[in-house]
Design a protein around this ligand. Structure first.
Ligand code: C2E
Ligand code: MG
Ligand code: MG
Length: 847
């Protein structure tokens, strides 16, 4: 049956009946043979007329390829059927047939079902019914070509990969002679692509030192099927340099016989050389570590374990088998835990700065050794938590001990081994901070030996040194562990007594110290005794800085010395404050004196009955730039400092003389009283000095001496009666008169009065004030007046504040007076105008 519809269908077997051999016949006709072959042939074949290409016969494969039935093909030409890719294809076929008499695998392209089909055409001439024909077979090679293209592509890919990886493939025969190798192999060996491998490969290309190894490996592979893998040094053909390759070989075996050997080779030169360099570096590093006595450790920070090399185990005294399990803490002294942890955290925060901690390890003879650990975190987890740290450590015990020796030198006194001033200052600062936070007292004491110098002078310096050492030892042993004693130099020591509950605790501790020191010291074969003077202060009651605390203790120590030595004395902060204030005021006074801020005011002395001005008392005033006019009460108490008192006294005298002269020059020669302080008067040569002062301006008519009165107090003469009496005599010889001021308030006795050369008694104002109401005061006033007249002295009452007081004094026989009832002290410039105006109250004149 014939199917027209499906062009690709193979025609049914009945269609080929003409070719079918007759089963009855033994002898097949050549046509039948052809028919049988052509039906079975998978390639298209047929018979065609040479002249025009008309098909005489075609086989089913032909019909299938071109999608035709036999009937459609036979009788038509190839050009009509369009079986060629183009007409030249047929021309080439005919040409080849005519030229060669036959066609053998001529490459031609057919066209079937819209596609070009490459193929190989074979044809032989045949004469059919007298016409030149050819039998042809067309072998479609499109499938093979595609396979070949794929193969070529795969090959190209492989060789490119080989080139990139430096990985080549090779094959040898059963004797080990290389038969082929890939281009990548050529590259390794420095020969052009495609160069066939040499017969004597090993001799040609393998470096001498590798040859025997390779021969042996190849032999074992060929004979016993053992695969091999070798790193071999290759001598390159082009530049005669060497290159390392890794070669791998395997036998191809069948039935116990080796047929071939195949393998790969790879250029590992760069990696090999890098590894070599790394190995060299490692060797150098390990030598360095060894030479530097460094040990290596590796810590798993998550598990908390640490492992190390043998040197590390030796360093931390741990047997090599025992690593540091659980918590690296087991390899650390407890005191080092915090430091290690803190620096690990610090290093995790700033990885650029390595972990660096010195830890301690128990050493021989109950000593300890110090180990410096330097590390670097080398890995972190996803949360950036450090997971691993590598490091080295080194024994720094010698260095530490050296440092400590230097520390000792810098902080300890070489003779007594006590802390020196530097260390004491540090400890004082710490103790002050602790005292502030604890609220307890800190005692700071300054100790100086009494009588150390004589020991030194008498027994020599060596003995002195021994005494200091012995003292140091006793001080240390008398103190609590938390106390500190330091040698400041010479025979001076500082003592810190922290954590005192009460001042009494300090006193107890110091008393114990004194006792300890006072016991005789054995110096050579001598027994020597010394005592100590100690000054101390208590912080923060004495809330000063460290230097000042020491200075206060030192000042108190001097007081202890002054108070008779062999005692302790507490620094008095109030006293110190007062002293400081006085010092400041004295400074101001000195300044005031130099800058003319003092002025002498005048207070008139009058004869109440006559209503006349008989003189004036000069009273000092300080024109203070800020506080205004200040009376003597504001500055006299400060003038105890002798040099200032005489300085001030000298100013009073000079100013007084000038006043006298000025008044005299103005036509009013009036006696002026000057107050002279006792110490000034008692100065040796006071009268002579006064003489000089008066002589310097002795050109006034009466001379200032005659108008000068000096007021002295009873106390001035109390203790040096004879000397003062002599001074007064000398003064009187100069023409000066003497008043005894504030009379009645002191210890005046008749003897006293009798032995002093005086001119005037001044009744103290306190009696004047009291005499109106107090019988005692009145009696005193009366007796002073009586006494004066019996000794032949003048008498003057001071502090007369009321007219009545004046009246009463007049009635008692005292006519001279001074007081607010008459006038207050006034600037000297106002004095003459006042004197011209003044009139005595009427009641006085008539009394
Ligand atoms: P003084 O020598 O007894 O001087 C008399 C003091 O009594 C003066 O005080 C005077 O102002 C005050 N006075 C006078 N009349 C009355 C009165 O009626 N009622 C009251 N309540 N007071 C009156 P001033 O000036 O304050 O001097 C006090 C003391 O200072 C003087 O006592 C004298 O001892 C001393 N002084 C004053 N000037 C000098 C001086 O230049 N040199 C020395 N060494 N001492 C001086
Ligand atoms: Mg006076
Ligand atoms: Mg007086």
């Amino acid at each position: 049956m014939q199917t027209d519809s499906a062009l690709t269908d193979i025609p049914p077997a009945s269609a080929w009946d003409g070719f079918r051999a007759s089963p009855a016949s033994d002898q097949l006709s050549s046509a039948a043979k052809y028919s049988a072959i052509s039906i079975a042939l998978p390639d298209p074949c047929g018979i065609t007329r040479v002249a025009d290409g008309q098909y005489i016969e075609v086989n089913p494969a032909f019909c299938a390829m071109f999608g035709l039935t036999r009937e459609q093909a036979v009788g038509r030409t190839s050009l009509e059927l369009g079986v060629w890719a183009n007409p030249e294809q047929r021309e080439r076929l005919v040409l080849a047939l005519e030229r060669d008499g036959r066609v053998d695998q001529l490459s031609l392209r057919a066209r079937a079902q819209g596609q070009d089909i490459p193929g190989l055409m074979s044809a032989a001439p045949v004469e059919i019914e007298g016409e030149a024909c050819m039998v042809f077979v067309f072998h479609d090679i499109s499938g093979e070509r595609a396979a070949r293209d794929r193969l070529a592509a795969a090959h190209a890919l492989l060789s490119q990969a080989g080139h990139m990886a430096g990985l080549g493939a090779w094959e040898s025969d059963a004797r080990g002679v290389l038969q082929q190798w890939s281009d990548a192999c050529c590259e390794v060996h420095g020969v052009p692509h495609g160069t066939p491998p040499p017969v004597d490969y090993i001799e040609t290309f393998i470096a001498p030192h590798c040859r025997e190894i390779m021969r042996e490996a190849v032999r074992a592979c060929l004979h016993h099927g053992e695969p091999w893998l070798l790193d071999l040094e290759v001598l390159r053909a082009d530049d005669r340099t060497t290159r390392w390759m890794r070669a791998h070989g395997e036998a191809v075996r069948e039935g116990g016989y080796t047929l071939a050997m195949r393998g790969v080779m790879q250029d590992i030169d760069a990696a090999y050389k890098a590894e070599q360099a790394l190995r060299e570096r490692e060797a150098v590093l390990s030598l360095t570590l060894e030479a530097a006595s460094l040990a290596l450790w590796d810590s798993d920070l998550v598990a908390g374990t640490v492992t190390g090399d043998a040197a590390w185990h030796a360093l931390i005294n741990m047997p090599v088998q025992a690593d540091c399990p659980e918590t690296w803490r087991t390899c650390l002294a407890a005191v080092d835990h915090d430091a290690v942890y803190a620096d690990l955290m610090r290093h995790a925060r700033e990885p650029a700065k390595p972990f660096d901690v010195v830890t301690t390890v128990p050493g021989a003879n109950e000593g300890k050794r110090w180990v410096r650990n330097l590390g670097k975190i080398v890995s972190w987890d996803a949360q950036r938590k450090p997971t691993r740290m590598l490091g080295v450590c080194i024994d720094v015990t010698d260095q530490r001990q050296h440092e400590m020796a230097l520390q000792r030198l810098a902080h300890y006194d070489a003779l007594t081994h006590l802390p020196n001033r530097v260390l004491m200052a540090e400890q004082l600062a710490e103790a002050m901070a602790r005292a502030r936070s604890s609220g307890k007292l800190l005692g700071v004491a300054y100790l100086d030996l009494d009588g150390f110098k004589p020991v030194n002078d008498r027994f020599g310096h060596a003995a002195g040194d021994q005494l200091l050492q012995s003292t140091a030892q006793r001080l240390s042993s008398a103190l609590r562990p938390e106390d500190c004693v330091a040698r400041l130099g010479g025979d001076e020591f500082a003592i810190l007594l922290p954590d005192l509950e009460t001042p009494h605790d300090a006193q107890r501790a110091l008393a114990r110290l004194m006792l300890n020191i006072a016991a005789p010291h054995c110096i050579g074969d001598q027994q020597v005794s010394v005592t100590a003077s100690i000054g101390y202060t208590l912080f923060p009651r004495d809330d000063a800085d460290a230097d000042t605390l020491l200075r206060h203790a030192d000042q108190a120590m001097y007081l202890a010395k002054q108070l008779g030595r062999n005692r302790f004395h507490e620094f008095d902060a109030d006293q110190e404050r007062q002293t400081r204030e006085v010092r400041v005021q004295l400074q101001q006074l000195r300044h005031a004196l130099e800058n003319g801020q003092f002025e002498l005011y005048l207070q008139p002395k009058v004869d109440m009955r006559l209503g006349t001005v008989v003189g004036a008392e000069a009273l000092a005033r300080w024109n203070h730039p800020e506080r205004g006019v200040l009376g003597p009460a504001a500055f006299l108490p400060l003038l105890e400092a002798p040099e200032l008192d005489t300085g001030f006294g000298a100013w009073v005298v000079r100013s007084g003389i000038q006043l006298i002269q000025r008044l005299e020059n103005a036509g009013n020669p009036l006696p002026i009283s000057l107050n002279i302080a006792a110490p000034h008067l008692q100065q040796p040569g006071f009268a002579a000095w006064m003489g000089e002062q008066l002589a310097m301006c002795g050109d006034a008519p009466a001379g200032p001496a005659a108008l000068m009165d000096l007021e002295i107090t009873e106390t001035a003469a109390l203790f040096q009666l004879e000397t003062v009496a002599q001074t007064l005599r000398e003064l009187r010889a100069l023409g000066v008169t003497i008043s005894l001021d504030d009379f009645g308030t002191g210890y005046s006795s008749l003897t006293y009065l009798r032995r002093l050369p005086l001119n005037i008694l001044k009744i103290d104002q306190s009696f004047v004030r009291g005499m109106m109401d107090e019988a005692g005061d009145l009696a005193i006033v009366q007796s002073v007046i009586g006494l004066a007249s019996s000794f032949g002295y003048q008498v003057i009452a001071e502090g007369v504040e009321t007219v009545d007081q004046g009246h009463m004094l007049l009635q008692m026989g005292c006519t001279l007076a001074q007081g607010y009832a008459i006038a207050r002290p006034m600037p000297a410039a106002d004095f003459l105008a006042w004197a011209a105006r003044w009139q005595a109250p009427g009641s006085w004149r008539t009394a």
